[in-house]
Design a binder for this molecule. Structure first.
Ligand code: KG4
Ligand code: ZN
Length: 346
């Protein structure tokens, strides 16, 4: 069964063709980071406008790369929410149009559920944070840590389409913290990849920040205090001085990244222990972080940890098509009844 996936919830316009929920024939992503970079964050109006410009070319490109025609598509899957409403609408309307015009069923997909599902498509993490190429396939049920620019949650994945939130951030998402810290240090957007790179150069323990929200016994997170701690530190030392001293800058971002990683791993381990689980997936944009991957491999060595390849970590339509395949029983031909929902619940 060939599924066309469409994703436009934030600042990436994406279309993908996936066969039987696992064989990715194409996964085209048109990113807008350059447009939003100078604002230090995603500007919703600009994002919707770009999606409108990009959606048709991206769709055509995905079909061409897969060597498929619209007639070959058996099912259309689209991100219904959550996300920016103007952005979501572009993908949902494109999907409805495609499905109506070509007479295909349409299935709405929850963006975070699709991130969670990429865990089931991922190889096992091996020593040093490298994927094991010969790992056995992973399957539900498992615990997943969703860490992206908009979300940080521990989610119990029972089966495709059935999830339960175990814990979540009480304020900023982990990726948001990376982006805000990079912004206050004026080192670029999105902050995650920049901090990941600079942190590798940072001397261990040169600058230390406390692990956020470590004392509470629950499995929630909080990152806004850590961001403020970095801000206070930068104010006390002076931004210009820090930027003129690369070792100092790298030490700061390394200390910040370590605090985030400690929090993510400590709470994840607690949730795994509470549930007596040995199967864990880390998904979403921040799962691309090399320090996090290495720390997971080292500190959760006894756990079967899955981290998807980079192309499935950041927003992409491949994950929408893959989960859409498993949810095909929920597909509809009542296209007018389907609407984007910025606050869609899982
Ligand atoms: O999942 P994603 O592409 O979009 C959302 O749904 O939010 O995640 C984007 C987030 C951004 O905050 C970005 O800074 C972060 O993922 N990110 C990283 C890395 N690559 C992307 N964070 C830490 N380390 C990275 N290597
Ligand atoms: Zn996402």
């Amino acid at each position: 069964m060939l599924v066309l996936g469409i994703e436009s919830s934030c600042d990436e316009t994406s279309a993908a063709l996936v066969e039987d929920g696992s064989r990715i024939r194409s996964n085209v992503v048109s990113t807008q980071v350059d447009i939003h970079a100078r604002y230090g964050g995603v500007v919703p109006e600009l994002a919707s406008r770009e999606h409108i410009r990009n959606i048709i070319p991206v769709l055509e490109d995905a079909l061409a790369k897969a060597g498929a025609t619209p007639a070959d598509v058996d099912l259309v899957a689209v991100t219904q929410g959550p996300g920016l409403i103007g952005s979501l609408l572009v993908g949902v309307e494109a999907a409805k149009n495609f499905a109506y015009t070509h007479g295909k069923p349409l299935v709405p997909v929850h963006h975070i559920a699709a991130h969670v599902h990429t865990g089931a498509m991922a190889p096992r993490l091996g020593p040093g944070g490298q994927p094991l190429t010969d790992s056995a396939p992973f399957d539900y049920p498992y615990l997943s840590l969703v860490v992206s620019g908009g979300h940080t949650s521990l989610i119990m994945a029972h089966e495709p389409g059935r999830y339960e939130i175990a814990g979540q951030t009480l304020d900023d998402a982990a990726g948001e913290a990376f982006d805000k810290v990079a912004r206050l240090l004026r080192i670029g957007f999105p902050g995650g990849p920049v901090i990941d790179r600079l942190a590798k150069e940072g001397a261990a323990d040169a600058v230390q920040f406390p692990t956020p929200y470590a004392k509470s016994a629950d499995v929630n997170f909080s990152f806004s205090g850590l961001k403020t701690a970095v801000l206070r530190y930068v104010e006390s030392k002076g931004l210009e001085k820090i930027l003129a001293d690369r070792a100092h800058l790298c030490g700061i971002v390394a200390g910040f990244q370590r605090a985030v990683i400690n929090s993510l791993i400590d709470k994840s381990r607690r949730a795994l222990e509470e549930r007596g689980l040995n199967r864990f997936a880390v998904v979403g944009g921040v799962a691309a972080n090399s320090g996090l991957r290495a720390a997971l491999a080292e500190r959760l060595a006894q756990v079967d940890v899955r981290v998807p390849p980079m192309s499935l970590c950041t927003d992409n339509a491949g994950m929408i098509a893959a989960l859409g395949y498993h949810l095909r029983g929920r597909a509809t031909r009542d296209f007018l009844a389907l609407n984007a929902d910025a606050n869609l619940k899982m």
